[in-house]
Design a protein around this ligand. Sequence first.
Ligand SMILES: [Zn+2]
Length: 269
Amino acid sequence: MRVHVISDLEGVSGVVKGGQTHGGEPMFDEARKLYTEEINAAVRGAKAAGATEIVVMDCHGAGKEWSFNSLVPDLLDPDCEFVVQEDWTEYTAFLEEGCDAALLVGMHAKAGSRFGVMNHTVSGKDYFDLRFNGTSVGETGIHAALCGTWDCPVLLVTGDDVACAEGRELLGNSLTTVAVKTGLGSTSARQIPPLRARQMIEDGAKQALSDVTAVAPWDPGSPCEIVVEFKHTLAADRLRFRPGVERVDDRTISVTADTWWEAWKAFYF
Ligand SMILES: [Zn+2]
């Protein structure tokens, strides 16, 4: 069984404040260790479920050299491999080769979720809302669509309770979720300590992988229209000469293509 662990930092137990997620800030070093140990927990669970190949893809844009490079390499479980990418959602090789399941670890809620810890979508500065064929999504939806492009289901979401609820709303109640904290606001949470959170993630990963058919791969539909409502006009201005990008209004762009992946590639990179 081949398992993709796709991860972010904001949804990790012990991580609540923005400064913990920015490379080079004083609390970042601790946060990346907490992050790496939650990944290891998912890897242990995947192994216990019979995974034979586990590839971890860090999707946290920490800034500078830490972007998509926030894991602490020599703390990682030796039984996984890990990818460092240049651009988010760029690495698709493992999915293209054929992947049985994806586990999303450390997720945060989408932009505008009041109780979601550090809630945002793609860019907290730029994105107000993101919609795939009319469905408002956050990063869980983006990863689900990316995995679904190559028929890979998302079976597990971990993070705060708001991110978990967002995952179930999108992918259904057969999705396994592990809430390691209860969001109280953008920079506050009631948390389960990391040692217990890791055990919960390990158990959740093992249980999620016990039935890889529990959740269907997610396809937003064909053709697929992606709408990005930005917080301001500049982000939309920057796409003004991009082929296929339509300006819907001052702050909103739209791209339509046969598939989600074609539409995503047309504006995102
Ligand atoms: Zn992140």
